[in-house]
Design a protein around this ligand. Sequence first.
Ligand SMILES: *[C@@H]1O[C@H](CO)[C@@H](O)[C@H](O)[C@H]1NC(C)=O
Ligand SMILES: *[C@@H]1O[C@H](CO)[C@@H](O)[C@H](O)[C@H]1NC(C)=O
Length: 266
Amino acid sequence: MHLLTTAIITAAAAAAACQPDVLVDDFRARTPDMYRQQPLVVNGVATGCETNTGFNGCNKTLNLLGGDFGDSYVAEVLSIGKLELTAGSDESSNWETASHPGTVATQNYWFTKFNWINDFDLTPYTGFAVDFIAPEGSDFNITLTQWLPATNTRGIDSQYRLLSSYVKPNGNAQTLLMKFTDFAKNLNGDAFDMKHLKDVTFVNFGPLGTKFTFTKMTLIGDCGSSTTSGGASTTGSGAAATTTAKGSSAVGLTGVWALFSAILFV
Ligand SMILES: *[C@@H]1O[C@H](CO)[C@@H](O)[C@H](O)[C@H]1NC(C)=O
Ligand SMILES: *[C@@H]1O[C@H](CO)[C@@H](O)[C@H](O)[C@H]1NC(C)=O
């Protein structure tokens, strides 16, 4: 019985230690609860409601995790199964320069958060996968933005990496798999604090007028999965992945509870 109990506890601990992949969005039809009105309140302080930037103005479109998308000089069109972004530009502007020292000027950007507040713990995850279609020769930079919870402000962005350093767009369905270890340093060379992520931002979509289509976004855990091997996956399997992730964690909790009940009973 002692051996059995040990085995059960070990198995339960191993199950709990593994972070499954989590579907961020497959651009399914939005339901009314997938919108949220600004302003965002952070630690009791209301942020501004910017009417001319961000997707849907003050009425923010949320992803499946309740985080919002935002953009500047990127036209967004969301339809069932895809989000299309068209690169615009504003060469006269360069926003929040203190957060990205030494980079080329920001002409446009798009971001996604993974929760509603500006503070997400990325440490259980190993990467972010994005299924996309973009024409040959197009590109954008990828960065993680830093949240400083103590001051409710933005810190220094992670180092920038080009999409093409992972996968060169070729006009077909492809998968970007960015590994968070590649973003461990910020632009000043200091450690990026993965416990306090603001969002994942894509910067300088180009060339001007290029259309980028996103069909699925997934936070990659550390259980090992087919997504990490790359390759395009379908919207259908994405929807299934959410169900599986939620279902398996619920089953996992029930399972662990049942096992502990069994131990007590024995
Ligand atoms: C938010 O925007 C969506 C999409 O346009 C719309 O269906 C919804 O009614 C809006 N909600 C509010 C409260 O304006
Ligand atoms: C991407 O970022 C790197 C590093 O800051 C920079 O050298 C490069 O010019 C950038 N490319 C674009 C398209 O912004």
